[in-house]
Design a protein around this ligand. Structure first.
Ligand SMILES: *[C@@H]1O[C@H](CO)[C@@H](O)[C@H](O)[C@H]1NC(C)=O
Ligand SMILES: *[C@@H]1O[C@H](CO)[C@@H](O)[C@H](O)[C@H]1NC(C)=O
Ligand SMILES: *[C@@H]1O[C@H](CO)[C@@H](O)[C@H](O)[C@H]1NC(C)=O
Ligand SMILES: *[C@@H]1O[C@H](CO)[C@@H](O)[C@H](O)[C@H]1NC(C)=O
Ligand SMILES: *[C@@H]1O[C@H](CO)[C@@H](O)[C@H](O)[C@H]1NC(C)=O
Ligand SMILES: *[C@@H]1O[C@H](CO)[C@@H](O)[C@H](O)[C@H]1NC(C)=O
Ligand SMILES: *[C@@H]1O[C@H](CO)[C@@H](O)[C@H](O)[C@H]1NC(C)=O
Length: 441
């Protein structure tokens, strides 16, 4: 810790100035697993280079220029401080992909403006689905921590989306091309859509992230995934608490070597591979994923693999697909405790299609193999009673090598049945396979 001198004199809009202490860098303790690539461990930054971000502090006036100014001034070896007790307003989309060798210490609160028209016209578009974000974070050797809050002002978006499903709701933390970086000790609230979209990332760690938010109106907070990874490798997500309404973590196309461990997820759609195979000309790969030590409460699923069928299908007007190929392999889910979850495990190659016969007639060209589930315990919800899981391959030619062991999960009535389609039943230990189909989530 060190007292620092603000650079207020240089700032275009200096309002208030405090000398304040900067946070210690967080310690990263991976457990139960260590990642394949060691966590980033850069030398400390120059403690004489601290840029305190100035704020208008009225909760309305845009502080974006002050933020960009501080990032540029202290990039390449310094610290940026969002001061404790201050609120910063962001009303402008910012490109933060120039960041390099920098520690960003967020102790205060950063709130995104509620100008839905502005954000829809100006937020950063990603080349995946219709994802956009408030800012685009990239660069190398970027550490963001400090215990502060990013608030996405989600309510206005949940209400706007309910009236118009093509509303482009920004992701709270949009990442494109981030390397050797760490986000830790952050509080994320009320994201309009996903909390994190992690694209083109390698060796990035998310540690001790506290996610929560929900709607206070009758309109639900939809698609509020905790993390979606895309075209990324060597990403670790750990030691975090997530209260949301969609996937806790989701592995989108070309996610490999991802470690997800020691999370507590509540209210989610589980930890999901996919959905994949949505686009006919694409080849999606998800491989070498380890998910370990997860508590999953009040959720639709625990462990999930969702793949579109080989035939065009419609989930909802803004979610359609099918026919895409690719491969899912070497996926492990272990030590999952479930409580009030509809399916502890769900594998489907019939995502977005209600007609199971059609899925078997047109099997997905996206293969699933070398999948392991072990040491699950707990109780499901009554939704699919007596089923606790569903293992559904559209054909054994495109999907196999699926193993379950040590599955000690019961339905509320004490059953442990699983819907099995095209499975090597002997490999699924701890559940009783039946042909009793009760649907997919
Ligand atoms: C948007 O935010 C401004 C500034 O905080 C506030 O005055 C206004 O009432 C908000 N508008 C809506 C629709 O919530
Ligand atoms: C990721 O990198 C690729 C290749 O450089 C680029 O085309 C794409 O726009 C980047 N972003 C996303 C979200 O894929
Ligand atoms: C993106 O939004 C447009 C309408 O703005 C919609 O037609 C299209 O289906 C959406 N694409 C995806 C992948 O959701
Ligand atoms: C995923 O990787 C495969 C193999 O390298 C490539 O063919 C495909 O275009 C990639 N897809 C995306 C979305 O990047
Ligand atoms: C499992 O996760 C919990 C937090 O959800 C943590 O307290 C515990 O230490 C973790 N166990 C291991 C072996 O890492
Ligand atoms: C399978 O994935 C695990 C991570 O769960 C990784 O350690 C291992 O190297 C992968 N195996 C292969 C053959 O890539
Ligand atoms: C489901 O698909 C099968 C095979 O194409 C078809 O014969 C059947 O009529 C479909 N069922 C419904 C309810 O659409």
């Amino acid at each position: 810790m060190k007292l620092i001198v603000p650079i207020a004199a240089l700032l275009p809009v200096a309002v208030r100035v405090f000398a304040q202490e900067i946070s210690q860098r967080p310690t990263l303790t991976p457990s139960p697993y260590s990642p394949r690539v060691p966590f980033p461990n850069p030398p400390p930054r120059d403690n004489d280079r601290v840029c305190v971000v100035m704020t208008h502090g009225d909760g309305i006036t845009d502080d974006s220029l002050n933020i960009l100014f501080a990032f540029h001034q202290c990039n390449d070896g310094g610290h940026v401080l969002f001061a404790r007790g201050e609120t910063y307003t962001i009303g402008t989309a910012m490109d933060w992909s120039f960041l390099n060798h920098i520690d960003i210490d967020i102790q205060g609160r950063i709130q995104f403006s509620n100008d839905t028209a502005y954000w829809q016209a100006n937020s950063y578009p990603f080349v995946f689905q219709n994802v956009t974000s408030f800012f685009k974070l990239g660069g190398e050797d970027v550490w963001i921590y400090g215990g502060g809050t990013l608030d996405g002002n989600g309510q206005i978006w949940y209400d706007t989306y309910a009236a118009e499903i093509y509303t482009l709701r920004p992701v709270l933390v949009g990442i494109d091309g981030l390397k050797d970086s760490v986000l830790s000790d952050l509080v994320l609230r009320n994201s309009p859509q996903y909390y994190h979209f992690v694209a083109n990332a390698s060796n990035v760690v998310f540690n001790n992230i506290d996610i929560a938010g929900g709607s206070t109106s009758k309109n639900t907070a939809k698609n509020t995934d905790g993390w979606d990874t895309y075209r990324s490798e060597d990403v670790t997500i750990m030691n975090s608490v997530i209260n949301n309404g969609d996937d806790c973590v989701s592995f989108k196309p070309n996610s490999t070597n991802i470690l997800v461990q020691s999370l507590s997820c509540t209210g989610s759609h589980g930890i999901s591979v996919g959905s994949l195979g949505q686009y006919p000309l694409a080849f999606d790969i998800v491989s070498s994923i380890m998910v370990s030590n997860i508590s999953m409460c009040h959720a639709s699923d625990g462990a999930r693999i969702k793949v579109w069928p080989g035939v065009a299908s419609t989930m909802s007007p803004d979610l359609q697909g099918g026919g895409g190929s690719g491969a899912v392999f070497n996926i492990t889910y272990e030590d999952m405790t479930i409580n009030d979850v509809d399916y502890a495990i769900e594998i489907t190659q019939c995502y977005g299609q209600k007609n199971l016969t059609l899925c078997q007639q047109y099997p997905s060209p996206l293969t699933i193999e070398d999948i392991h589930f072990r040491r699950f315990k707990g109780t499901t919800s009554s939704k699919y009673e007596p089923l606790v899981a569903a293992f559904a391959c559209s054909s054994d030619k495109v999907c196999g090598d699926i193993y379950a062991e040590d599955i000690d999960v019961r339905s509320p009535k004490g059953k442990k049945e699983a819907y099995c389609l095209n499975q090597e039943v002997v490999n699924l230990q701890g559940v009783q396979c039946t042909a009793n189909y009760k649907g997919f989530n």
